[in-house]
Design a protein around this ligand. Structure first.
Ligand code: SF4
Length: 211
């Protein structure tokens, strides 16, 4: 199995239950819900994406011919010491991530997390599973560690609140407009206070100026 990787970098996890934790981010190229091209955005199942996941030209990106080669690259970016943590993201990481790669990363001491749209099956040996359901797409992964939703949006919290997750997060919709964003933030705060299964999720890495 070979792997197409957009970029790999060391940063702090910005969102969710593990916000603030140092992590290597392993961003796979490609997604099943959008081509990543602007001309296809309107007709895509997922049309509000702000991530560049096309190609293999990002920092430390490339085509890796084996799980071992890719795990070696990830390991080379970890500064040493305990708590090694890698977050597999995308695009949709589930299109490429397999049990062999998870095992290779774990053999180097990494705890392996994934951030997925939940529409493809994931390896069973992952250590941490984050799912972000998207509109107009069938959710296959209905259990995991945390579920994240943009709010307000088409996928309503009530429609997924019975699923088998340990944490439920709402992220305020970023419209690029300060006034609207403040309204979205207040809407999330209100929803969480009224529905305490759900917690507010902010993007800590942006607050501290990291990628
Ligand atoms: S599923 Fe994720 S990576 Fe794919 S288009 Fe949507 S937000 Fe972007």
């Amino acid at each position: 199995m070979s792997y197409q990787v957009k970029e790999i970098y060391y940063t702090l996890q910005g969102e969710g239950a593990r916000a603030g934790r140092p992590a290597v981010f392993l961003r796979f190229a490609g997604c099943n819900l959008w081509s990543g091209k602007e001309e296809d955005r309107e007709s895509a199942a997922c049309y509000f994406c702000d991530t560049d996941f096309i190609g293999t030209d990002g920092e430390n990106g490339g085509k890796f011919s084996s799980a071992k080669d890719l795990a070696d690259k990830v390991f080379g970016l970890w500064p040493g010491g305990g708590g090694a943590y890698v977050v597999c993201t995308g695009g949709e990481p589930g299109l490429q991530l397999d049990e062999t790669l998870v095992l290779e990363l774990q053999s180097k001491g990494f705890e392996v997390a994934v951030e997925s749209n939940g529409t493809v099956e994931l390896p069973a040996n992952l250590d941490w599973v984050t799912i972000s359901p998207k509109p107009s797409s069938e959710l296959l992964v209905k259990s995991g560690d945390e579920l994240k939703l943009v709010f307000p949006h088409e996928v309503k919290p009530k429609s997924v609140s019975e699923l088998d997750f340990k944490h439920f997060y709402l992220m305020p919709l970023d419209s690029g407009d300060e006034v609207k964003n403040d309204y979205h933030l207040q809407a999330v705060v209100k929803y969480c206070l009224e529905n305490p299964l759900w917690s507010l999720c902010l993007q800590v890495h942006k607050v501290v100026g990291l990628a």
